[in-house]
Design a protein around this ligand. Structure first.
Ligand SMILES: *Cc1c(COP(=O)(O)O)cnc(C)c1O
Length: 447
């Protein structure tokens, strides 16, 4: 492990002192039933008290290895001391003005930083918002205004959010959309490159996508093509090499705004600032959120100046967008990523995961494919001897892992992909311990 300088307030090791969930968690779960909507479901009813680095400590005192990071948010580790200090200091100075009423420098500094770290050697502009879905919504508005066109294209299996517009771009019926329609029109879900399932190389899969769009919509009607360069909720699907290069070239030829939704895979998680860089593509617009502020709510749309400036003043914005405390946290997050070389650390996590789980498809009948990019891994579970998704096996593995103090996520349109999103600061020792727990769980379902 490289010489990181982050101080951890909690020892970086797994430690169980009660069953998980423990008695305090069970009591809180009972209370929640009477106060919190059932609609906000819990993956694991284990209530957290504090955390540090790669460890979460629950209300019963169990030290849990966190391979979920709140769905890819705390990429720099839990409760980073620099982020905490920056946010605390800002909270005593100024907590709100609304940037569009009277501006403040933190907002500007985050926008300048985003211009620097996003791919593309051209003039850029950003707008800051609160959530990922809000960033996607604004990217839709900006692309429509710039092109004057009606249609929005998103990939099959992609996740873009839970607001009415972004839910329409998230093409999974349950649980995301069930009972929430009707949805806004002119949103099209198109076939993507999914090498494990379509067996196509990138350029061939791109032709399928392009043919679909040309036959169903017409290229000249399309305002924006939304690409999730690594599909996160879709199951860590990594489209084949050459896929996005062909799509983005076709978008340019047809005046379509190519948007990379980097909300899950961006801000260093894949070992590059943005995951689209692995595909050698420079998007017109990029959305950032989850990992951008060490856990504080902040999102952004960044892109070509002429597209971003096509919107009339007052056309985009929002009360809390680019909040002073969130932007202070983001500036500290960027500093930590650079000082600790967390892009390099994400690549170390990738190498460690490759050595530990890269051969799982050969070792376990129920593993169809393992996909790893930076600190993102997906293990697609299948009925042995087939490519049929195996959601019940996934649930068993997740439950068994959590009972042993390893928090992992589910993913995939068929709920059959084990998703690992550890922080980039997680030590090789913690990864090894977590993987041994997961292997025990896999052996349980396999037998
Ligand atoms: C999480 C996510 C969103 C939505 O972000 P919220 O902050 O939950 O609104 C959009 N796109 C992608 C790729 C995501 O992973």
């Amino acid at each position: 492990m490289a010489c990181m300088t982050i101080d951890y307030s909690v020892p970086q090791e797994r430690q169980l002192v009660t069953a998980i969930p423990g008695p305090r968690s069970l009591a809180l779960t009972e209370r929640r039933r009477r106060a919190v909507s059932r609609g906000a479901g819990n993956l694991a009813p284990v209530w957290m008290d504090h955390g540090s680095g790669g460890i979460l400590v629950d209300v019963d005192g169990n030290h849990i290895i966190d391979l979920g990071t709140g769905i890819g948010v705390t990429t720099i580790g839990h409760a980073n001391p620099d982020v905490a200090a920056a946010a605390a200091e800002q909270a005593t100075k100024l907590t709100h003005t609304l940037f569009t009423v009277t501006p403040y420098e933190n907002y500007l500094r985050v926008a300048e930083k985003l211009s620097e770290i996003t791919p593309g050697d051209f003039e850029k502009r950003s707008i800051l918002l609160n959530s990922g879905a809000e960033a996607v919504e604004n990217a839709v508005k900006i692309a429509k205004k710039y092109t004057g066109r009606r249609a929005i294209v998103a990939l099959d299996h992609a996740f873009h959010g839970r607001t009415n517009l972004t839910m329409a771009m998230t093409y999974r019926s349950a649980p995301e959309r069930l009972g929430f329609g009707p949805f806004p029109g002119e949103i099209y879900s198109v076939p993507l490159s999914y090498p494990f399932r379509d067996g196509l190389d990138g350029p061939a899969a791109a032709e399928v996508t392009i043919d679909y769009i040309e036959r169903h919509i017409g290229a000249s009607e399309v305002a924006a093509f939304f690409a999730e360069p690594v599909l996160g909720d879709g199951g860590i699907v990594i489209p084949a090499p050459g896929y996005f290069a062909r799509i983005s070239e076709w978008c340019t030829e047809n005046g379509i705004v190519f948007v990379a939704d980097e909300i899950q895979a961006g801000i260093g998680r894949t070992g590059a600032w943005y995951s689209i860089e692995h595909h050698g593509v420079v998007p017109d617009l990029i959305t950032s959120a989850k990992g951008i502020a060490g856990g504080f709510p902040l999102s952004a749309v960044t892109g070509r100046a002429e597209i971003m400036d096509a919107v009339q003043p007052g056309g985009i914005g929002g009360t809390f967008g680019g909040n002073p405390v969130s932007t202070a946290a983001a500036l500290a997050t960027f500093e930590v990523i650079e000082r600790e070389d967390l892009l390099g650390e994400a690549r170390r996590v990738e190498a460690t995961l490759r050595s530990l789980i890269g051969d799982w498809a050969e070792r376990f009948d129920i593993v169809g494919e393992v996909r790893i990019i930076g600190a993102m891994a997906g293990v697609e579970l299948v009925v042995p001897g087939t490519k049929q998704p195996h959601p019940t096996a996934l649930q068993t593995v997740i439950d068994a892992a959590i009972a042993q103090g390893v928090l992992v996520l589910d993913a995939g349109s068929w709920d059959s992909v084990l998703r690992l999103l550890p922080s980039a600061v997680m030590s090789d020792e913690l990864l090894r311990d977590a993987v041994s727990v997961l292997e025990d769980a896999l052996r349980q379902v396999a037998s």
